[in-house]
Design a protein around this ligand. Structure first.
Ligand code: CO8
Length: 258
């Protein structure tokens, strides 16, 4: 498929999706949203891909949903179509690991998109925010929910109520991003981390991701039980046998992804 708003590449076992609407600071218009879904479906279906990186430009990961496209929509338009967020949840439903490599603005839906990924690597110029309140609306793709889980109620509340931005340092300090990388190194670093993950046992990586995500959705007791059962089930994979044999034999593991 030819994409108009994203650039899709593969680098070895890593799928790279670059948001590409530079004139609109990568605002997430409807067409971009649909293209992202198609690209993710293709990477998920491709056995040669073990991890996915989503990135933007040096100036903007994404400055939010497309305000100009949204402004005239009525309640019935957005309600009937479950406007935009139902589609974006595709990112959170990915079974393969997805890394957000964020430089510049990650605002509104851009911040929400980054938070739907499994972890966020931030360039030193990254700025995060949920400025919807300044537009007379509220975050609509998980901003009030995921941001609160990442940074706690007080900071999330302040950010959502004032719309102020958080720089990379503050985002790292408060647990929103896993770490900060110099802007020039961001993409290489994200691809390197993704390649490392893609080299591991892919089914076990998926199980691990499911288990960490469970921590957000259930009680500690149930999460621990879920984890234990998944841990047990890794023993049914060939890759667990290979991984442990390789350790004992002092060699690198050659996972077959099964
Ligand atoms: N939508 C549409 N166009 C945008 C957006 C946007 N979100 N952000 C920037 N642009 C456009 C500008 O209109 C401008 O276009 P033009 O040159 O034609 O006037 C161009 O991008 C460059 O922008 P600026 O001139 O404003 O650039 P600055 O460097 O001066 O400012 C800012 C950068 C601070 C990022 C500024 O552009 C800004 O405040 N943008 C809006 C940020 C915002 O409010 N985002 C939240 C949008 S609402 C939302 O995301 C709801 C989420 C719903 C779910 C989404 C699911 C993923």
């Amino acid at each position: 498929m030819a994409y108009n708003n994203i650039i899709v590449e593969t680098q070895g076992a890593v799928g790279l999706i670059r948001l590409n609407r530079p004139k609109a600071l990568n605002a997430l218009c409807q067409e971009l949203t649909e293209e992202m879904t198609v690209a993710l479906d293709a990477f998920e279906a491709n056995d040669d891909i073990g991890a996915i990186v989503i990135t933007g430009s040096d100036k903007a990961f994404a400055a939010g949903a497309d305000i100009k496209e949204m402004q005239s929509k009525t309640y019935m338009d957005v309600y009937k179509n479950d406007f935009i967020t139902a589609t974006w949840e595709r990112v959170a439903r990915c079974r393969k690991p997805v890394i957000a490599a964020v430089a510049g603005y990650a605002l509104g839906g851009g911040c929400e998109l980054a938070m739907m990924c499994d972890f966020i690597l931030a360039a030193d110029n990254a700025q995060f925010g949920q400025p919807e309140i300044k537009l007379g609306t509220i975050p609509g793709a998980g901003g009030t929910q995921r941001l609160t889980r990442f940074v706690g109620k007080s900071k999330a509340m302040e950010m959502c109520l004032t719309g102020r931005m958080m720089d990379a340092e503050e985002a790292e300090r408060s647990g929103l991003v896993s770490r900060i990388v110099p802007l020039d190194d961001l993409e290489d670093e994200a691809l390197k981390v993704a390649a490392k993950i893609a080299d591991l046992s892919r089914p076990v990586v998926m199980m691990c991701k499911e288990s960490v995500n469970k921590a957000y959705e259930t009680t500690l007791k149930e999460g621990i039980m879920f984890e234990r059962r998944v841990f047990h089930s890794t023993f049914a994979t060939e890759d667990q046998k290979e991984g442990m044999a390789a350790f004992a034999e002092k060699r690198s593991a050659a996972f077959k992804h099964q």
